[in-house]
Write a protein that binds this ligand. Sequence first.
Ligand SMILES: [Zn+2]
Length: 154
Amino acid sequence: MLEKIKQMGQARQVAGEIPIYHRYTLGVAGERFFKAMRDGRQILVSPCPKCQDRLLPPKMYCERCFEETSDDWLPLEGPGYIRSFTVLHQSLDEEPLDHPTVVALISWEGIRGGLIHRVLGVDPAQVTTGMAVEPVWAEERTGALSDISHFRAA
Ligand SMILES: [Zn+2]
């Protein structure tokens, strides 16, 4: 019954599925961040009182100097800027998309961090790093990153 397996191909295999469910909590900072997007159409950043960095997404502690961030979170102002991007031609299911979709890393002046989101309404061939963009808010918001429908050229 107990045979020593000397080669991987000798291992017996049993086909099947294991249902796994999990919940991801937003945490104190994440909840405040997403509520502000849902209720106020604001993207908040948390300032660090020690190094003066403003963090996006907001955090309870500064990752650079480990200082507790200030409770006086600030809404982002002005346009974001595309720092990096890619053009998707397939869905996550590897099905061809009707239109290529730009997904970009967007950051703001003086802010450490950023958001990754879709940029729509721009010809993908015209998208460049440094391009100014602004959020377009979803009409129905649920407290998720999808509360921002997408970004568009500012
Ligand atoms: Zn800091």
